[in-house]
Write a protein that binds this ligand. Structure first.
Ligand code: ASN
Ligand code: ZN
Length: 318
C-alpha cells in the first residue's frame, strides 16, 4: 500500500471513531494537524498566458482585487469540502498547491481547469466567473477527477466528468452555507448570469433544460431522462448536455434522503469516483458503482441503497 493511501486510511479510521463532526473534529480530538490549503492566485492581466503575475499567496490578506479574492476564498471553500468531509488533502490527495488565474483573456465568458491549474475570465455576457462558488467548485473538481483515475472527456464518460464537477460544485456551496438538500437551489453558475440574460444559471440539477431560455444563448439543452439523451458530436459528444441526466439522479437521491447532501449522497459519489477504475465508464457503469458503494457503506436493504436505485430508475437508468 502506498503511503498516500495508508495516510488516507488512517484518517478514515480516525474519523469513524468520532460519531459526528467529520475529519475536522477527528483531527482535533486526536491532536493532529488539520489539513489546510496552499493557494496561489495570479492576475492574468486580460492576456492569454498562464499563470500570469502572482497576486495573492497563502497567508496573505485580501488584495482588494475582487476576482483575486473570490478565487482565493472559493478555492479554500472547495478544499474544505474535500478535506473535512472526504478526508482528501487537495486535488491530488497529497497537498497539491491550488493555482488559479483570474482576469484570464479579455471579455472571456468561461472558466476551466487546464490539467494543472484553474483559469477564470472576467466575462462579457456573463459576470466575472469567480462570482460563483459553484463554478469554482466545479473547476477544482475536474482536478479531483483527473487525480482519481480520470473520466475521458467525451461522450458518456465525459458527461460523467462534467456531472461529478457539477455535483461537487453544488456541494461546495451547500457545505459552506450548511444548507439542507431541500433548501438548496441546485443551480450551477447562478451568480454569473447578468440582468441582460433571461435565465437563472448555466445549469440546473433540479430542473435540467430549464436553466435559461435566452435570445442570445438559446434554450438550455440539458435532458433529465435517458429518453431525451442527446446524440451529438458537438461539445465532445454533449458532455455539458447529457450530464443533466446523472445530475438529476443525484438531485432526486439527495432530496429523497433529506438532510445534508454532502453526507450520505456525497460520500457515495466520492467513493464511486475513487473505486470505479474505468476512464471509459458509461452512465450504467457509474450507476452500478454508486449502488455498489451505497451497499458497502449502508447495506443491501438500507434506505440509502433503495432510494439510490429508485433515483437511477427515475432518470431512465435500469
Ligand atoms: N467551463 C467549462 C467546464 O469546466 C470549460 C470547458 O468546457 N471545459 O466544463
Ligand atoms: Zn466542466
Amino acid at each position: 500500500m502506498g503511503l498516500e493511501k495508508l495516510a488516507h486510511e488512517i484518517r478514515e479510521r480516525r474519523n469513524e471513531l468520532i460519531p459526528s463532526g467529520g475529519f475536522q473534529v477527528a483531527d482535533e480530538v486526536f491532536g493532529i494537524a488539520p489539513l489546510n490549503p496552499n493557494r496561489e492566485v495570479y492576475d492574468g492581466e486580460s492576456k492569454v498566458g498562464l499563470p500570469g503575475k502572482l497576486a495573492r499567496k497563502e497567508g496573505d490578506g485580501p488584495t482588494g482585487d475582487r476576482e483575486v479574492d473570490e478565487a482565493f476564498d472559493g478555492a479554500g471553500d472547495t478544499f474544505r469540502l474535500f478535506a473535512d468531509i472526504y478526508g482528501r488533502d487537495s486535488l491530488d490527495g497529497n497537498g497539491m498547491k491550488l493555482i488559479s488565474t483570474v482576469h484570464h483573456r479579455n471579455n472571456y465568458d468561461n472558466a476551466f481547469w487546464n490539467g494543472s491549474q484553474m483559469a477564470y475570465g472576467d466575462g462579457n455576457f456573463f459576470e466575472p466567473l469567480t462570482r460563483s462558488l459553484t463554478v469554482i467548485g466545479h473547476e477544482l473538481s475536474h482536478g479531483v477527477v483527473q487525480f482519481s483515475g480520470g473520466l475521458i472527456y467525451r461522450n458518456q464518460s465525459g458527461a460523467l466528468n462534467e456531472h461529478f464537477a457539477d455535483v461537487m460544485g453544488c456541494l461546495t456551496e451547500q457545505h459552506k452555507k450548511d444548507q439542507e438538500a431541500s433548501d438548496a437551489d441546485w443551480l450551477v453558475g447562478a451568480e454569473i448570469i447578468g440582468p441582460g440574460i433571461n435565465g437563472d444559471a448555466l445549469r440546473s440539477m433540479k430542473t435540467p433544460g430549464l436553466a435559461y431560455n435566452d435570445p442570445l444563448l438559446g434554450k438550455d439543452p440539458q435532458p433529465y431522462h435517458m429518453d431525451h439523451y442527446v446524440n451529438t458530436s458537438q461539445d465532445n459528444g454533449g458532455v455539458h448536455i447529457n450530464s443533466g441526466i446523472p445530475n438529476h439522479a443525484f438531485y432526486l437521491y439527495a432530496v429523497m434522503l433529506g438532510g445534508k447532501s454532502w453526507e450520505q449522497a456525497g460520500h457515495v459519489w466520492y467513493d464511486a469516483l475513487q473505486n470505479i477504475n474505468n476512464p471509459h465508464a458509461t452512465f450504467v457503469d457509474w450507476a452500478d458503482e454508486t449502488l455498489n458503494q451505497a451497499f458497502v457503506r449502508f447495506g443491501n436493504g438500507s434506505r440509502e441503497f433503495l432510494l439510490l436505485r429508485r433515483a437511477w430508475k427515475l432518470v431512465g437508468i435500469y
